[in-house]
Ligand binder design. Structure first.
Ligand code: ADP
Ligand code: MG
Length: 237
């Protein structure tokens, strides 16, 4: 197993600090990414960035909150998964640090898809990742929760654990992602998401992605984001 060098981390931190937000990033190799992420992307045949990725990832690597809108199929998943892997890696996150990132998805199917991309692209990292979408007994999920660094979950099931799983600590959480925020709102999860956010530290990085910009998404953004970078990709005719 590869040994994580202090030098490697500090040089990566420096390269992220020096990353020019105005530069047009075309390929993943233009970004200051860790070796495990770069290798995972390359093994998954991801080379060039999509528009939303090229406009969101640099800001997200620097810890900014993101409000991103781009149609289905535009590559929003990597726009948040790459920053999650990188920001935890640069903090040298380990199993002992507990939950570092939480990804909320409106449906089980979408959560599973995100989890599969995470497993593929993140396969060279040592982080533990879990999928919490119900379907298993609460008890079974509870036993695994405490050991997870990255969780992909549906809102209802997540809140159930936050309310009922005593051992489940979220004090250390660094990043929250609300994926398909428009669907989360359309499906009536507003109160559930509000309650989940109440359980999380206020000092965190939040990324909210949706396919459309609606008033409901705007309301959710106001409640969860701090001075976000607005990234919206429209189709050109
Ligand atoms: P969205 O969440 O915006 O609907 P996804 O993240 O699900 O989009 O990505 C849609 C498709 O595009 C997936 O099949 C994914 O593998 C592919 N994809 C995403 N990013 C890239 C990229 N940088 N290069 C090539 N294909 C990509
Ligand atoms: Mg998506």
């Amino acid at each position: 197993k590869r040994k994580r060098g202090e030098d490697e981390i500090s040089s990566l931190v420096k390269r992220v600090e020096e990353l020019d937000l105005k530069a047009a990033i075309k390929s993943f190799s233009d970004l200051p990414l860790s070796e495990p992420t770069a290798a995972g992307l390359s093994a998954s045949h991801f080379k060039t960035l999509t528009d939303i990725q090229s406009r969101a990832i640099s800001h997200a690597l620097k810890g900014r909150d993101i409000l991103g809108a781009a149609k289905t199929g535009s590559g929003k998943t990597l726009a948040f998964l790459v920053p999650i892997l990188e920001n935890l890696y640069r903090r040298q996150w380990t199993e002992l640090d507990g939950l570092g990132a939480l990804i909320l998805s409106p449906t089980r199917e979408l959560a599973i898809q995100i989890f599969e991309v995470l497993r593929k692209v993140g396969r060279n990292h040592a982080f533990s990742a879990g999928l919490i979408i119900g379907g298993k007994s609460l008890r079974e999920e509870q036993d695994r929760l405490g050991r997870m660094n990255i969780l992909v979950c549906t809102p209802g099931r997540m809140l159930q654990h936050l309310d009922q799983t005593a051992m489940f600590e979220t004090n250390n959480l660094q990043m929250l992602v609300l994926d398909e925020a428009d669907r989360i709102m359309d499906m009536g999860f507003q109160k559930t998401v509000d309650a989940i956010i109440d359980h999380l530290p206020t000092k965190r990085q939040t990324m909210l992605f949706s396919a459309t910009q609606t008033k409901k998404v705007g309301d959710l953004a106001r409640l969860s984001l701090q001075e976000p970078e607005y990234v919206s990709v429209h189709e050109s005719a």
